[in-house]
Structures are given as structure tokens and as C-alpha cells.
Design a protein around this ligand. Structure first.
Ligand code: G4P
Length: 528
């Protein structure tokens, strides 16, 4: 039987990621969340694309130059009686593969929406990904200090476009220059907003009761009347919060506020830590593994090189699924069957890292990787299973990579294979020539690869166009695949992990191949 302390450690963990469209305010919210978690002394000191300072979660030079977040980082902090793990995801759409895989490592998501704009493209795509596992979603409508769209209309749009019911928990009073605060529907309390205090944790004035005349004085009687009117509509038209529907990903609690003004973020955090699930079970090929099992297990969802130039190493990010990591413990790397003793796993507080004594289900630990760990790998306490459901996506953009100095072929190959293992890019080596073809989901990945090849492997490389427009992983019976291989050799390549892929010059060519070889599966995603 698991003891009470062990169960308590697991039950108090909340592991989530933020999904949003670029510029909706994810970085700003992360900063405020860390402020509440006492992980930062003062918000506003960490980021400012213009001031030259950067959020702690931005690591690489390229991120700084472009003002986008390339890497995924992990932040752990206490909030109330809970312990929160916030997984940062790259915001730019070019890094979607990393983002998708990060979403396999969380138990819930915070969806941040720019309330002036409503539901945007990238949010739509990310919501589709969370649907694969019915991840519970908490919603934050941001930028209430600007002129926003009608809040009721915003909820309608979320419901219609994202196919999830909305349960407003707070309701805004005015917006833009007239933003006065929010009314908490369940607590029957109004929290008043003050401008200019965004970098601090504010003492918020609370007015109890919707009919309290103090409210009219505080927010003007016009806005108070409008609020009361809107609330009648809201209560008639929207859904009450329902824990079960939330857990099934069918309903999202909605909070309003301004991340920049640090207002409403704490209401959202209160809701998230109270309602979002504790560490959830994960499927393996054979059985479900629950968080409460005492034996350690976990899977790698991300590999990252050179997070800290001083360390020059590669770190595998491992989500603990069950049990507990203890410094010096033995783990089985189930793909290779090797047992390894791990005494130097890392925990992350944004860019800072420190050695870890113990960690529990729900936590993310960083394992030093000397080349043997791949994305999707499972670590266990000896049992031979593999967690499933960590996807690779077929790239949509291709380029041939060429060396400026032909003598560096070995370094180039090594660099590319390592970057492919990390999931930074995909590499295809045609069966019938010596080309190296780089495949990406987004165009920015190409620049990242050349920059990193130079910085980390001392290789100068450049791109040429190549006649490939799509790739599919190829599966079938041994006989069918052998036959297929003989007949279509010039369209076949091996990816970074030696899986066979069909690289099609045109979509028409792909459709024809699919018609001609019905026994072959052409897969657009590959599970690691
Ligand atoms: P992202 O990570 O989702 O891309 O968004 P980020 O937090 O970087 O925010 C994008 C822009 O929106 C930033 O302004 C940020 O200051 C602003 N912002 C975030 N939350 C709020 C809010 O509640 N109200 C208002 N008015 N603005 C908000 P920027 O000018 O692009 O960058 P910066 O130079 O201010 O950092």
C-alpha cells in the first residue's frame, strides 16, 4: 500500500501548459503566475522585447533576437497547498511539433485568449490536439484593459468554434479605460481593479453582494446597472461549472482579466489548482499506468541541446507517470533494455537548474543524454512497457542541405541526426543517393538548424531546393514493404531513426502511389 505522504505528494501536483495564439499574452501570464508562485521577485523584470530583457523561460540567442520562444521550459512552484508544474511551449507556429508533444506531458491546459480578437487560428489548432486526449481546459480572457469584444459574444465564439461549453466564473465590469474589475459569480463578490500595479501582487478591494450600493459608488451606477443586466443574461444563457464535464474536456471555466495589469490571474490560478486534475494515468502498449503506482515510470517528450552553453549537454525531458524518482535510483531504459543508475536528474526553475533529490508523478525531470535517449522513450523500474501516443508529424517543407566545406560531412550527419532526435527538425536520407534532406513543419526551423549546426557542431551549411513536397511513413507486411521498396526505391528514404518513408515529389504522385499500393499504409504521423 502506498503511504499517505507519498499519495499526498502526488495529489497536490498540477501539471499544465498554456495554449494560445502568438501575442495573446502567454509570456506575460507566465510571468505573473511565477510572481504568485514566489518564483520571481518582481514581475516585469523578466521580459521586454523592447527593453532588451527577456523572460526567464527564453533560453537561446535566437529566441532573444526574434523575441519568440523556441524552447520548452519547465517551471515548478508552490501555490496554496498545491505544487504547480507549468510547461512552457513555443509560441511560434513553426515549432508546433514541440508544442504538440509537450501537450502529451500535461494533465490540463490554460487557454489564453486576447479578448479584443477572440478565437484565433493557432488556438483552434492547439485545441484540436488537446482533444486527442480530452485534456481539461481552463480559459483566461486577457487584455480587459483594452477595448474588447462583447464578452457574451466571446463565449459564444468559443463554444461554436472550439466546440466546448463555457462556464463563466468571473464576469468583467467594463473594459479598456473603463475596466473596473470582475464579479465572481460563485462567491457573489466584486474585485476592483486598479491600474498601474501590474508588477505587484495587489491588495484588491472586495465588495460583497451584487446588490450592495457600494458597488454603484465604486464602479459608477451605469456600469453597476449594466453588470446586473448582463448577469441575468449570462446566468440564463451559460452553463454552471460542472467538474465532471470539465474533466472530460467538454466544459471550460472562463476567467476575465488583464495579465499586464496582473488582475484576474490569481482567480484563474485558484480555479486551476482547485479543479484541474492531479497527475493522470497514461497508456502503454499493454496496460494503463496510474500515478499512484509506487514504482517509477516516465516518458521522454522532448530533448534539447545546449540549454546552457556552459554545460554543453543534451537534456531529455521526462514526464514522471508513476511513483517517485529518488537520486541514485536505477531505471530501465525500455527501448534499449539497459538499466541505468541516475543520480544527476535535473529540475527546472525556468533557466536555472539544480540537482534534484526526489520527484513525483506529474513532475518533469531532466535526464542527461549522451545520445542514447530518443523522444518517446520510456523509463521504468524494470517492467518492459512503452508509453504510447507521442507523435511525430510528417513535415510539409523540404530542403536539401549542403556543406560549404565538404570535409565536414561526418559532423553534419551527426549534428542532423542529433537535432532530429530532439525533434528540432526531421532528416531524410534517400535510399538511392547521398543527399541529406531536411524536413520541417514550419519555415523557421530551417534557420534554427543552420544556426545550431554552426554554433554547436562548427559546421557551415546552406540549403538548396529539392523536389519533395510531402513525406509519409510507410508500413505494411514484410513482403508488401519489400515489394514496394523494390518498385519505388527512388522515392524512398530513411528518417533520422531509420524508419522507411516515402518522399513524394508532388501530392498527385503520392495519391497515385496510394492507389497503386493499397496494402501499404502511408502515415502522416508516426508514434515514437
Ligand atoms: P505571447 O507570449 O502570447 O506572444 O504574448 P506576450 O505575453 O508577449 O504579449 C504580447 C503583447 O501583449 C505584449 O506587448 C504584452 O505586453 C501585451 N499584453 C499582454 N497582456 C496584456 C494585457 O493584459 N493588456 C495589454 N494591454 N497588453 C497585454 P508588446 O508591446 O508586443 O511587447 P512588450 O514590448 O510590451 O513586451
Amino acid at each position: 500500500m502506498a503511504n499517505a505522504d507519498f499519495l499526498n505528494e502526488i495529489n497536490k501536483r498540477r501539471t499544465f501548459a498554456i495554449i494560445s495564439h502568438p501575442d495573446a499574452g502567454k509570456t506575460t501570464i507566465t510571468e505573473k503566475v511565477l510572481l504568485f508562485g514566489n518564483a520571481l521577485q518582481k514581475a516585469g523584470t523578466v521580459k521586454g522585447k523592447k527593453s532588451g530583457q527577456h523572460a526567464k523561460s527564453d533560453w537561446m540567442d535566437m529566441e532573444k533576437e526574434r523575441g519568440i520562444s523556441v524552447s520548452t521550459s519547465v517551471m515548478q512552484f508552490p501555490y496554496g497547498d498545491k505544487l504547480v508544474n507549468l510547461l512552457d511551449t513555443p509560441g511560434h507556429e513553426d515549432f508546433s511539433e514541440d508544442t504538440y508533444r509537450t501537450l502529451t506531458a500535461v494533465d490540463s491546459c490554460l487557454m489564453v485568449i486576447d479578448a479584443a480578437k477572440g478565437v484565433e487560428d493557432r488556438t483552434r489548432k492547439l485545441m484540436e490536439v488537446t482533444r486527442l486526449r480530452d485534456t481539461p481546459i481552463v480559459t483566461f480572457m486577457n487584455k480587459l484593459d483594452r477595448d474588447i469584444r462583447d464578452p457574451l459574444e466571446l463565449l459564444d465564439e468559443v463554444e461554436a468554434e472550439l466546440n466546448i461549453m463555457c462556464a463563466p466564473i468571473t464576469w468583467p465590469i467594463g473594459c479598456g479605460k473603463l475596466f473596473k474589475g470582475v464579479y465572481h459569480l460563485a462567491n457573489d463578490e466584486t474585485y476592483l481593479y486598479q491600474t498601474g500595479l501590474g508588477h505587484t501582487i495587489q491588495d484588491v478591494r472586495i465588495i460583497k453582494g451584487i446588490d450592495n450600493p457600494e458597488l454603484d459608488d465604486a464602479v459608477t451606477s451605469d456600469l453597476a446597472a449594466q453588470l446586473r443586466e448582463e448577469l441575468e443574461l449570462v446566468q440564463g444563457a451559460s452553463n454552471p461549472f460542472d467538474q465532471e464535464m470539465f474533466m472530460a474536456g467538454e466544459l471550460t471555466p472562463v476567467f476575465f482579466g488583464t495579465a499586464l495589469g496582473n488582475f484576474g490571474v490569481d482567480h484563474m490560478l485558484d480555479g486551476l489548482t482547485q479543479w484541474a486534475p492531479k497527475p493522470q494515468s497514461r497508456a502503454t502498449e499493454g496496460r494503463e499506468v496510474t500515478a499512484e503506482e509506487e514504482k517509477f515510470s516516465g516518458f521522454v517528450f522532448k530533448i534539447q541541446a545546449n540549454m546552457d552553453p556552459k554545460h554543453r549537454d543534451r537534456i531529455a525531458f521526462c514526464r514522471i507517470v508513476s511513483g517517485k524518482y529518488k537520486k541514485g535510483m536505477k531505471m530501465r531504459h525500455t527501448r534499449t533494455g539497459k538499466d541505468v543508475r541516475v543520480s544527476d536528474a535535473l529540475t527546472f526553475l525556468a533557466g536555472d537548474r539544480s540537482l534534484l533529490e526526489e520527484a513525483y508523478a506529474g513532475d518533469i525531470i531532466g535526464l542527461h543524454n549522451h545520445g542514447s535517449i530518443r523522444i518517446g522513450d520510456t523509463f521504468s523500474s524494470g517492467e518492459d512497457f512503452r508509453f504510447t501516443g507521442i507523435p511525430n508529424f510528417a513535415p510539409e517543407l523540404f530542403k536539401r542541405i549542403r556543406l560549404k566545406d565538404p570535409l565536414k560531412m561526418k559532423q553534419l550527419q551527426k549534428g542532423l541526426i542529433q537535432l532530429a532526435e530532439e525533434g528540432a527538425v526531421q532528416v531524410f536520407r534517400p535510399l538511392t543517393n547521398n543527399d541529406l534532406i531536411v524536413g520541417a513543419v514550419g519555415v523557421l526551423q530551417f534557420d534554427v538548424v543552420v544556426a545550431r549546426l554552426k554554433a554547436e557542431y562548427n559546421v557551415d551549411a546552406l540549403y538548396e531546393s529539392v523536389g519533395v513536397s510531402t513525406a509519409r511513413w510507410v508500413y505494411g507486411s514484410e513482403k508488401d514493404v519489400d515489394d514496394f521498396r523494390r518498385k519505388t526505391q527512388s522515392y524512398l528514404a530513411l528518417d533520422g531513426a531509420d524508419n522507411l518513408a516515402y518522399i513524394a515529389p508532388t501530392m498527385v504522385n503520392l495519391s497515385l502511389a496510394q492507389e497503386r499500393y493499397p496494402d501499404i499504409t502511408f502515415a502522416a504521423t508516426r508514434e515514437q
